[in-house]
Design a protein around this ligand. Structure first.
Ligand code: AMP
Length: 283
């Protein structure tokens, strides 16, 4: 398996593949790979000849320095997992911060038609400018035909679609289903940091999302939100940051339900100092 730490070498390899009419899929990650990432890569391999997997903990998307420092970095086991998926159709790009940013580790500023002001944008200042900055750079380096993103980060997926539309980046963005542990917890690189009692408590998040979906059939968005908040008030180990029912396109919080609109519920929860997010389609 080829591992690149340098964008010039990676670009050369990709150019040669493109000359041979090989289509390029791209799965951007921050590493500490798990089955959720693997499901994106497998979807990529089903559509594209080659899948480039980037492994890069992007400093500009972290609003919390402690979270950035503690983010797991496990390149060797990541490569071992990738080898079990494919030995000859995956290229790994694991750059240094300098290879991506040069000396200026700063974000550009983006406007995503208001998507950036909702939910994660409200609670993580500058996060989506950091996400936009890194993805614009990675798309320029890799020039993929398709790029694969998880619905686990649904708001990010919508923002990436907006980014490529506004910046005229010629890449097809494909959304992929959320991959969950057997007990329902959405897989996340941060899960490995959960102490055992918090890991045991965490499936309550998805259990509550499923119950909220059920209630949304007959109750108003406000009533469901109040119910979820009351459920978390009784949880000792989980602290609710937000639960929001939003229009799945605009991500604006729902005030009144309309029959023709599509809705989704979004949640962010602290388990100890670890922030977990999840979401569910409601109709
Ligand atoms: P990350 O490494 O957390 O930045 O995630 C890289 C990509 O994998 C993003 O597109 C995520 O949405 C996606 N991803 C992370 N966890 C999951 C999951 N449990 N199921 C599906 N996709 C995921």
């Amino acid at each position: 398996m080829k591992i690149f730490h340098n964008k010039t070498e990676l670009k050369k390899s990709i150019q040669a593949l493109k000359k041979n009419q090989k289509s390029i899929g791209f799965v951007p990650t921050m590493g500490a790979l798990h089955q959720g990432h693997a499901s994106l890569i497998e979807q990529g391999l089903a559509n594209d000849a080659i899948v480039v997997v980037s492994i890069f903990v992007n400093p500009t998307q972290f609003d919390n320095q402690e979270d950035l420092v503690k983010y797991p970095r496990t390149l060797d086991s990541d490569v071992a997992l990738l080898k079990t998926i494919s030995k000859d159709r995956i290229l790994v790009y694991a750059p240094t911060v300098e290879d991506v940013y040069g000396k200026d580790v700063v974000s550009m500023t983006f406007k995503f038609d208001g998507l950036e002001h909702e939910m994660e944008g409200r609670f993580r200042e500058g996060h989506f400018d950091g996400v936009g900055t890194i993805l614009k750079r990675l798309f320029e380096i890799i020039s993929p035909d398709r790029a694969y993103f998880g619905e686990k980060d649904y708001q990010q997926l919508m923002i990436v679609k907006k980014l490529v539309e506004k910046q005229n980046i010629p890449v097809e963005i494909i959304g992929c289903k959320i991959h969950r542990a057997k007990d329902g917890l959405a897989m996340s690189s941060r899960n490995v940091r959960l102490k055992p009692e918090y890991r045991t408590a965490a499936p309550f998040i998805y259990k509550t999302l499923k119950a909220a979906k059920e209630k949304f059939g007959t109750k108003s968005a406000n009533k469901v939100t109040e119910w979820v908040e009351s459920q978390f008030a009784d949880q000792e180990l989980l602290e609710l940051e937000y639960f929001i029912i939003a229009d799945a396109q605009t991500l604006k919080t729902v005030k009144r339900k309309h029959n023709k609109k599509i809705y989704r519920a979004f949640i962010a929860v602290y388990a100890d100092d670890i922030r977990l997010i999840d979401n569910i389609a409601l109709n």
